[in-house]
Ligand binder design. Structure first.
Ligand SMILES: NCc1[nH]cc(CCC(=O)O)c1CC(=O)O
Length: 309
């Protein structure tokens, strides 16, 4: 059975598309990769929070799902907006890699913990706000572009280190430049970090859908990320808001730690809740509602106002 996989054209995206294709091939399907550029790939001179949080990396792919030009689209799960249009759905989440962030530098002696000041390049508002809160001695410079562009900027001296998701660094084979693994209780990752999400049109052929899901979906990762995404949807956080959420699974239960940081790092709200897997989505909804009610709503309004400037 033929499957066409839509993907962005960056090296990381193509690595992920190739990974997806390989799983499908091993399951006897006949995959083909179609490269589609998105707004997030084309506009490189503005920060993501300025371009707008919704669908920056996904819109063009979703158009092609609707026309049937592609059967599925692969995205880094964390780049996928928290609520999908009614005619699209997430069919699968691939097994998650280590979810933590890492400090990447050509000087692998560097450490955030050392107290020594240096310059970190990142464009993620979550990472900027977390740095301001816990490592105020660090100077931050805005850094967009794909991993190769950022490493090139690092090489040219634009900063001393980058803050990146381990998953991407690992997939690109840049592990030798990891100076420090950052703990997830300080740099709690973005929702979905480390997994590849497979999106399709609701109307895609049912047999094809079932087969793709069987070959690509990891049920444990799925229950965790679905809970994280319910939290994110309630906060209406796209990838440009300093919101974090990480669920893990043990003994049939899901534990979710999630929250948000103000842009200047002065305020942080964080909660952990645990529930049986069957109740995980309800628990995520409750956690989000409580967080919004207990001060999170005000912080969100401040964040939105700050980003609009
Ligand atoms: N927003 C960019 C992005 N989207 C997914 C990854 C890494 C791979 C992943 O988390 O699955 C990255 C780079 C980064 O944050 O360092």
């Amino acid at each position: 059975m033929k499957v066409s996989i839509g993907s962005r054209g960056s090296k990381l995206a193509l690595w992920q598309a190739e990974y997806v294709a390989e799983q499908l091939r091993q399951g006897g399907m006949d995959p083909e990769i179609v490269i589609i550029d998105t707004k997030g790939d084309k506009i490189l001179d503005r920060s993501l929070s300025k371009i707008g949080s919704k669908g920056v990396f996904t819109e063009e792919l979703e158009e092609q799902l609707r026309t049937g030009a592609i059967d599925i689209a692969q995205h880094s799960a964390k780049d996928l907006q928290s609520s999908l249009p009614d005619d699209l759905e997430i069919l699968a989440f691939t097994p998650r890699e280590a979810v933590n962030d890492v400090l990447v530098s050509f000087n692998t002696e560097l450490s955030l913990e050392s107290g020594e000041p240096f310059v970190v390049g990142t464009s993620s508002t979550r990472r900027v706000a977390t740095l301001k809160r816990y490592y105020p001695h660090i100077k931050v410079v805005d850094m967009r572009g794909n991993l190769q562009t950022r490493l090139e900027k690092l090489k040219n001296g634009a900063c001393d280190a980058l803050l990146l998701a381990y998953a991407g660094v690992h997939r690109m084979g840049y592990e030798e430049y990891i100076a420090e693994h950052l703990p997830t209780d300080v740099f709690t990752p973005a929702v979905g970090q480390g997994s590849v999400a497979i999106e399709c049109a609701v109307g895609l052929d049912a047999t094809k859908k079932a087969r793709i899901r069987e070959l690509l979906n990891d049920p444990v990762t799925e229950s965790c990320i679905r809970a994280e995404r319910i939290f994110l949807a309630t906060l209406q956080g796209g990838c440009s808001i300093p919101v974090f959420g990480l669920a893990s699974h043990f003994n049939g239960r899901v534990s979710l730690t999630a929250g948000l940081v103000s842009l200047d790092g002065t305020q942080e709200l964080r909660r952990t809740e645990i529930a049986d897997t069957a109740q995980a989505n309800l628990m995520a909804q409750r956690l989000a509602d409580q967080l919004v009610a207990q001060g999170g709503g005000n912080i969100l309004r401040e964040i939105r106002a700050g980003l609009a400037q």
